[in-house]
Design a protein around this ligand. Structure first.
Ligand code: DGL
Length: 257
């Protein structure tokens, strides 16, 4: 079993890529919906949640963990690895490297939660991989919550997306890194604003490939999916069709945990 987790629905964008890459694997997806969003919380709190959720997934039989959340990864992936030395852990970090490599204008933007935006790990990623480009880091408070409540067409959100992204485009940014897994579900909105001026950079497929490299025998299961949540698990099931992930429902193991 491969354990995948996020504060809520955002990691489902990573799960979709994982299922495409590892169709025979069994997955447990855990959404920490009792504590979503993580992005406006303190690092110690996020770290505590990641360690608790990780321990539960390992106790439940997961032999590989995918932290499908940038905020949780920057705050706690090292602590999680240290807590489970025998279990491979794949984290999700903003795609600074591919964005910097592919940028023609030499200007890229990262959209992220407040916690990711202020993290030293993001700073280090930028230093290590984007020395040759200018990087604009834009915290986007509230966006993950809009996704969580499935208010994807809310005009207030659309206005905030324009307000934050248009100035970046005016500065010549031609790559926009989705530094939060929830924002994958805002891609249509973001593409509508960016038009031809910038491409979105989403690392879900790269994360799935990394998991595939580490999966070993876990790649060969029954193609089942368990959905679990710390609050309102039924909403996870209901969200699948709204997020255009209805195809995942055919893999679901009956029963809500
Ligand atoms: N999906 C998460 C991320 O990738 C966090 C969103 C949140 O809980 O604030 O950062």
């Amino acid at each position: 079993m491969i354990g995948v987790f996020d504060s809520g629905l955002g990691g489902l964008s990573v799960l979709a890529a994982l299922v495409r890459t590892l169709p025979g694997a069994d997955f447990t997806y855990f959404a920490d919906t009792a504590h979503v969003p993580y992005g406006n919380k303190e690092d110690e709190f996020i770290q505590g949640r990641v360690l608790d959720v990780g321990a539960d997934l390992v106790a439940g039989g997961c032999g590989l963990l995918v932290v499908a959340c940038n905020t949780a990864t920057v705050a706690a992936v090292q602590a999680l690895r240290a807590a489970h030395p025998g279990i491979p852990v794949v984290g999700v970090e903003p795609g600074i490297k591919p964005a910097a490599q592919d940028s023609r204008s030499g200007r890229i933007a990262v959209l992220a939660t407040e916690a990711t935006a202020r993290s030293s790990r993001l700073k280090r990623l930028i230093e290590d991989h984007a020395g040759n480009v200018e990087v604009f880091v834009e915290p986007c408070p509230g966006w993950a919550t809009h996704v969580e409540t499935l208010q994807l067409d809310d005009p207030v959100l659309a206005a905030d997306v324009r307000r934050r992204v248009e100035p970046l485009l005016d500065r010549g940014v031609d790559r926009i890194v989705l530094g939060c897994t929830h924002y994958s579900f805002l891609s249509p909105l973001l593409r509508g604003v960016a038009g031809e001026r910038a491409e979105l950079v989403d690392v879900a497929v790269a994360v799935a490939r990394q998991a595939q490299r580490l999966a070993g025998q876990l790649a060969h299961g029954n193609g089942r999916l368990h959905l679990q949540a710390s609050a309102h698990p039924e909403r996870l099931h209901a969200a699948l069709p709204r997020l255009h992930l209805g195809h995942l429902a055919t893999r679901l193991v009956a029963g809500i945990a």
